[in-house]
Each structure stands twice: as C-alpha cells, then as structure tokens.
Design a protein around this ligand. Structure first.
Ligand code: SF4
Ligand code: SF4
Length: 505
C-alpha cells in the first residue's frame, strides 16, 4: 500500500477546535445489550415516512421489513431484533426536539432470531448498477454521517450525469464524536468492501478514502485493509484537522481542488461523497445480508461516567445507552444528540437512538457566553465562514425577514457549522438565527407552493366551467337551429299541402 497522499485543495475559513475525542476512544467498541423494548420511528431519514406493514400483536424477526416506502424519497425500516409489535403510536424523537413522531414499538423476546431471508446478495459484481441500487434501497441504507439522505436515491441521482470520483468521508471533524474513527480502526475492511460495492454501483474506477491526520490508528487500519484487499482503484488521503473539513463540499474542495458551485452538489464537479459508516452498512447488507438495524454511536462528555463507543440496535432508548455507559455524573447538565456544533439539545433521554444518532453528548454545564450585544462589524464571522458568506449581512437580513436578500446573499448555502457563532465577540447566536430563517423560507416556499397549487386548481376549475358553459351554449344554439329548420320544413309542408288542396278544388 502506498503512503497516504496530501496534495490538497484549500479550505476557506474553518476553525481548529479542541478534539475532546480521547474520552471515548480509549476502549474498543462495545456491543450495547438488547433492550426490553425498541422504538423505531417511521421517519429516520430525509423524505417521506415509511408505512407500517405489520400489525399490533404480530411477531417479528430480526431484519424483517416492518415499514416500506411508497415514495421516491424514503427508506424502509427493519426490525432491529425479534419480538412482538406492541404499539404503533407517536413517541418522543430527537429529530423533532423531543416532539413525538409515529414509531413501531417492539417488545424484544431476547432470542434475537433473524429472518430466514437474511442472506447476502451473491456476487453483486454480476448485477447491473440499477439492480444493485435497488438492492441498496431495500436495505434501508441512509447516509450515516448525519444527513440521513436515502443512499440509493442519492446514487441514482448521481449516475444520471458524468462522474469521476467516489470520496469516502472519514473526516470526523466535529469535537467529541468518534464513531467513524472507531469504525475505521476496528472494521476498516468493512469500509473498504463497501467502497468496492459503491464503485460498482457508480461504475467508477477511482475512490479516495479520506480521513484526518490526527487519526493515526484509523490510517494504519485502513492501510492494512487496503493492502489485504489489493484494489488499486482505492487511494488513501489525509486532510488536516480543521472544522468543518468533513462537510461534503469542503471535502470535495480539499481532495480534488474543485469548487462545488453555489446551490450545487458534488456531482456538479463529478464527485459522489459517502460516509465511511454508510459504506460499511452497505457491505453488511449486500455481502452479509444484514439490513440497517444497528450503528456505532459515541456516548461521551464530562456528564457521562464511562464514555465509549457502542454498537447499538436502532430503536434502543438513549436512557438505556447512557445507563450502559455508567450513567450520568453528578455534574451532568445538558443532553445533546449529535455533536456540540451541529447537534440538538434535548430535554428527555426517553427518545430512541436512530439511524442519524452518531453521538450522545452529555455536558456538565452550558457555557456562559455572556449577553448578546450589537454587531460591531469586526468581520471575524466572515473570516471563518467556510462558504465565504457574510454572516453579519445575513444576520441583518434575517432580523428584517428579508427573504429576497437572504437568498441573494446565499443563506441557502449556509451549512449551519456554527463557526461564526464561536468567534463573534458580540455573542450573537448567528447560526440559530440562520436556522430559523431557513425554516421560515422553507415554510414560505411551502406556502407559496400550496398557494400556487390552489391557484392552478381554481384556474382549471374556471376553465372547466367556461368550457361546460360554451358546450351548453353550442348545444342550445344547435337545438334552436334544428328547431328552426324543423319549423321551416313543417311550414313549407303545410303550404305545400294547402296549395295541393286548392288545386284539387
Ligand atoms: S463576528 Fe459578530 S460582531 Fe463581528 S461582524 Fe460578525 S456578527 Fe458582527
Ligand atoms: S453557520 Fe453558516 S454563515 Fe456561519 S460560518 Fe457556518 S456556513 Fe458560514
């Protein structure tokens, strides 16, 4: 195996943050015990919720399909263990800040009995890319880096245009999170096997496997796995540890020196980016027959007694995972699902660990950053913005709710990385404001779309009524013409008869 290469593009802005990863990486990945109950949300992905195909009281097996999709953007859900379906009802979930969403609740029987059909796709190389993508879709695979976009749909969209590179993203740049690092250290071969499947699906002959230079163990394991598999289409690359170099567009820039255009996608410059965890999940489904029913999650922070990484069944409650990690410390104060920069603070641990849960972070205290003050136009925020936006301008337009200017100044390109917040001397919660502004824009776009649909319905109704009216008028005119011609014929017949009568007289 050749040494990892460094020939990199340049990333604008970004920050070197304290990693805080050692807390959870000084022991190997532990298997989280099966819980008594599993809570599986029907929506664990971007797109439409899956539809349940099991009934309350039904017995299910590990890996059994329990909710399927009837939409072009969705992902199926499989039972994470065997047991009985005891409810299909709303339950608190993290994606909605602890609000409830429909879940299938399974009471585990402890046997963990797999479904018979759990078998690998023999010889995926013989499948066409389309058939392989269909298989990937059936496994419920979604992006495990946090975006949870259905993987097959992302790949299907990608192959509709020209492609040059697959980039496997092992750049876990957000502090505290170490699930990808531990995956690469301990299951590097799964990652590389998954990359090979992805290359076949995309018909690509070059894949960069990328991680950060502060992960020597992961680099060594990946190197060994690549040496064993001996596939010269794979190239190992290191990037410097700068947050947020793991963002898709930032990684493309770093690895290929190509800039993803504003509002565009990596595919616009010939790249497809997949998280290393997603690649391993694809390997487990295609080569081993195990759909996405578990993931590696970091449980960490100074509010956790024994921080570590666990391999957890999806649907396990966060409370059960925390208990396995030794429980909360006396200082535990704030529970975050995800990392400290992009995660979500939640107020309950009675929520399930889902496909998106890369980290459960418990901190001892909420940092006191001081009161918010007016912007002093120092420009620090724009200096660190990786997208080269002007956060101070965006903040101004967000306060004014000026959608036109927000769009013009690129708010939709903001990746909500939080760098601008961290450096702002006025303690302005810029990212939270941008998040809200984006949500409002989405709502407005939704409302506009609804209004547009209503307008079209109204217009087509009017057109239909006008067409009906015109048809009725034409029919009436026809009847009159017919009546008139019938009337003339009858009068003519009467005249003819009267004339004949006179002649006879
Ligand atoms: S960092 Fe804060 S104070 Fe400075 S320009 Fe940006 S928003 Fe204004
Ligand atoms: S949160 Fe948005 S505006 Fe702020 S630095 Fe990150 S990308 Fe730029």
């Amino acid at each position: 195996m050749s040494a990892p290469t460094y020939d990199l593009g340049k990333l604008h802005g970004g920050l070197r943050l304290p990693a805080e990863k050692r807390l959870a990486t000084n022991q190997s990945i532990q298997l989280l015990p099966l819980p008594e109950q599993l809570f599986l949300p029907l929506s664990q992905h971007v797109g439409d919720a899956a539809q349940p195909i099991v009934n309350i009281g039904e017995r299910v097996l590990k890996g059994q399909l329990i909710a399927e999709t009837d939409s072009s953007l969705s992902a199926p859900i499989h039972a994470s263990s065997s047991g009985k379906v005891i409810a299909i009802e709303p339950w608190p979930v993290a994606r909605r800040y602890g609000n409830r969403a429909p879940c299938i609740v399974i009471e585990c029987d402890g046997d963990d009995k797999p479904i018979d059909a759990m078998e690998s796709v023999a010889g995926y190389e013989s499948l066409t890319p389309d058939d392989l993508l269909l298989q990937i879709m059936r496994g419920g695979i979604v992006g495990l880096g946090g975006a949870v976009f259905p993987t097959a749909q992302k790949l299907m969209a990608a192959i509709s245009g020209p492609l040059d590179y697959l980039i496997l993203n092992g750049v876990e740049c957000e502090p505290y999170i170490s699930c990808d690092d531990m995956l690469m250290r301990e299951r590097a071969e799964e990652v590389i096997r998954g990359a090979q499947i992805l290359m076949h699906a995309l018909q690509l002959s070059k894949c960069y496997v990328v991680t950060e230079s502060d992960k020597p163990e992961a680099i060594r394991s990946l190197g060994e796995a690549m040496g064993k598999i001996a596939d010269d289409r794979l190239i190992l690359k290191q990037v410097p540890t700068i947050y947020p170099s793991g963002g898709e567009d930032q990684l493309v820039q770093l690895v290929t020196n190509l800039e993803v255009p504003s509002g565009g996608l990596p595919t616009d410059v010939g790249c497809v980016v997949q998280n290393v965890g997603t690649a391993a999940a694809i390997h487990r489904w295609i080569n081993l027959g195990e759909p996405l029913i578990s993931r590696i999650t970091t449980i960490t922070g100074d509010g956790i007694s024994n921080p570590l990484n666990v391999s957890a069944r999806l649907g396990t409650r966060v409370a059960d995972a925390v208990e396995f990690a030794g429980g909360y410390t006396d200082r535990a104060n704030q529970l975050v699902v995800g990392g400290p920069m992009t995660g979500k603070s939640v107020t309950t641990d009675d929520i399930p660990l889902v496909k998106a849960t890369n980290c459960i972070l418990v901190l001892s205290e909420t940092p006191d950053i001081g009161p918010e003050m007016p912007c002093i136009r120092c420009g620090e925020c724009s200096a660190v913005c990786p997208i080269q936006l002007l956060p101070q301008q965006l903040f101004w337009y967000a306060c004014a709710d000026d959608e036109k200017q927000l769009r013009k100044h690129g708010l939709t390109d903001c990746i909500e990385c939080g760098c601008c917040d961290l450096v702002c001397p006025s303690h302005i919660p810029l990212t939270a404001d941008f998040r809200q502004a984006k949500a409002r824009m989405l709502e407005m776009a939704d409302e506009k779309a609804r209004a547009e649909r209503a307008r079209r319905r109204f217009e087509s109704r009017n057109e239909r009524l006008a067409a009906d009216k015109q048809q009725r008028e034409e029919e009436l005119a026809n009847q009159k013409r017919q009546a008139k011609s019938i009337g003339s014929a009858e009068i003519q017949a009467m005249l003819d008869r009267s004339k004949e009568k006179k002649e006879d007289d």
